[in-house]
Design a protein around this ligand. Structure first.
Ligand code: EPZ
Length: 429
């Protein structure tokens, strides 16, 4: 066990009923794109409610590498993009965080050029960027692949009508940011409808863009001559909210998450209700209460928004593992998002994976063990499993959780969880 000494780990002693309120942080998957969007205009943009998480710090490094001056304190991030000169993103940062490729659209729009390393595969399987590149090429960009980099050059982008092969979140965002200063009216159909896309559109509009249809499947962008810096408050993180709601439900507790609009979790909440969890919604909060002894399983199938979020699939699997009955979880968004199942099985879950389906036999009593986080959401899910497991669970490779959850264990502690971060020599019975 000595090999893990020094590396941060979470020790979780299960069996506590969680109770109380958690204020969700700003959404990671919005903040990162807003930071990229700030590149569209020279000057100082200000973002509030930015979560202090590793991915935001990485995006900060990307912007600084390009020449921006970034200040980040107390949730407010100020980006001065006046001195940005470089249009080349470094390999190390893009490999560390795929979302770095979202600088492509803004850089081509403002400077006529972007050179970004091909992001390659990740723990969730191969993640292509063909839709991003096709859209940029249709807008007049010359796309070249060399030495592991993708380079797009276009002195002036022009408007397009494009039907996306798939409502990709990243492609929708990159093409939107490219289109805001393209000549003419761009129509993008079959686009992603995630709340984070709507948040990005709001920011772009406050920067001077002319956009209609945000949140629907068709977005129209009337190109403008120039953009200006703006100020914006990042929307609340629906995935963080869902994670803490599952924490309340699995422990048979009573947990309220604040700072999000309940409708962004509509399908997720309806699944919780079908399982037997009581869900109460207010204007800006959602509260759950439940008794695991009465939970029964439901089938879950992930889909682009407003479907069931792939980013809550792993957390849901923990709840289904303790509910009575057999359920089928189908992952339709990513090819490889069951990588955590073997770890969950080590805690006592009964799950059989066949392709993109997982058959979960519920009613299991989980017991603590040493497990490792294979990725961000899976890591959070394993922590939730630790909350109900008998005895101590030791979670390793928690840097995955730090990429996307702000003050994760502190928030759990506030709710009454027995969880601590340690770098000491492991002592596990
Ligand atoms: C975003 O990833 C999120 N990341 C993911 O959150 C989230 O799981 C995902 O959207 C789906 O909701 C960020 O916002 C930083 P996609 P993204 O493009 O943009 C295929 C988390 O844990 N595809 O909608 O990469 C692709 O291979 C993370 O917070 C193409 O085929 O998602 C995948 O199977 C993980 N061609 C599917 O679409 C393309 O050009 C969804 O990808 C683009 C995507």
């Amino acid at each position: 066990m000595t090999e893990a000494s020094g590396e941060p780990r979470l020790l979780i002693r299960g069996g506590h009923r969680l109770e109380g309120q958690v204020a969700v942080s700003g959404a990671k998957n919005s903040a990162l794109k807003l930071m990229a969007a700030s590149l569209l205009a020279p000057g100082v943009s200000i973002l509030h409610n930015v979560p202090d998480i590793q991915d935001v710090r990485t995006m900060q490094e990307v912007l600084e590498y390009l020449g921006a001056v970034v200040d980040f304190a107390d949730g407010t991030l100020t980006v001065d993009t006046t001195a940005v000169q470089s249009q080349v993103a470094p390999y190390e940062l893009v490999q560390r965080m795929r979302a770095s490729i979202q600088i492509m659209g803004p850089l081509v729009a403002r400077f006529g050029r972007a050179r970004v390393p091909m992001p390659g595969g990740c723990n969730l399987g191969p993640r292509k960027i063909d839709i991003h590149l096709r859209g940029l090429a249709d807008m007049g960009g010359v796309v070249r692949l060399d030495h592991g980099f993708v380079e797009v050059t276009a002195p002036k982008l022009h408007a397009i009508d494009m039907f996306l092969d798939y409502p990709s979140v990243g492609a929708t965002e990159n093409l939107l940011m490219a289109a805001v200063m393209a000549e003419g009216t761009t129509t993008l159909e079959n686009v992603a409808r995630e709340p984070e896309i709507v948040d990005l559109c709001k920011f772009l509009v406050s920067m001077g863009a002319d956009i209609e249809g945000a949140g629907s499947s068709t977005i129209r962008v009337n190109g403008v001559d120039e953009m200006h810096p703006a100020e914006h408050t990042v929307l609340g993180d629906r995935i963080e909210a869902g994670t803490f709601l599952v924490a309340g439900a699995v422990t048979g507790g009573e947990v309220e998450v604040t700072g999000i609009s309940p409708h962004v979790l509509d399908l997720f909440s309806s699944k919780l209700r079908s399982i037997g969890v009581q869900v109460h919604e207010n204007t800006r909060s959602v509260k759950v209460r439940g008794d695991p002894a009465g939970y029964t399983t439901v089938d879950v199938s992930t889909l682009p928004y407003p479907g069931f979020p792939t980013d809550l699939q792993a957390q849901m699997m923990v709840l289904l593992s303790i509910a009575e009955g057999v359920s089928v979880v189908t992952e339709n968004v990513f090819e490889n998002r069951f990588g955590f199942v073997d770890e969950l099985i080590r805690l006592g879950a009964d799950i059989r994976v066949d392709g993109n389906h997982a058959v979960v036999t519920g009613g299991q009593s989980l017991t603590g063990a040493i497990v490792r986080c294979p990725d961000l959401r899976a890591g959070a899910a394993l922590a939730l499993a630790g909350l109900v497991a008998e005895g101590c669970t030791e979670l390793r490779e928690v840097y995955h959780i730090d990429r996307g959850y702000e003050h994760f264990e502190e928030k759990l502690q506030t709710l009454g969880a027995e969880v601590e971060r340690t770098t000491a020599e492991p002592r596990h019975s």
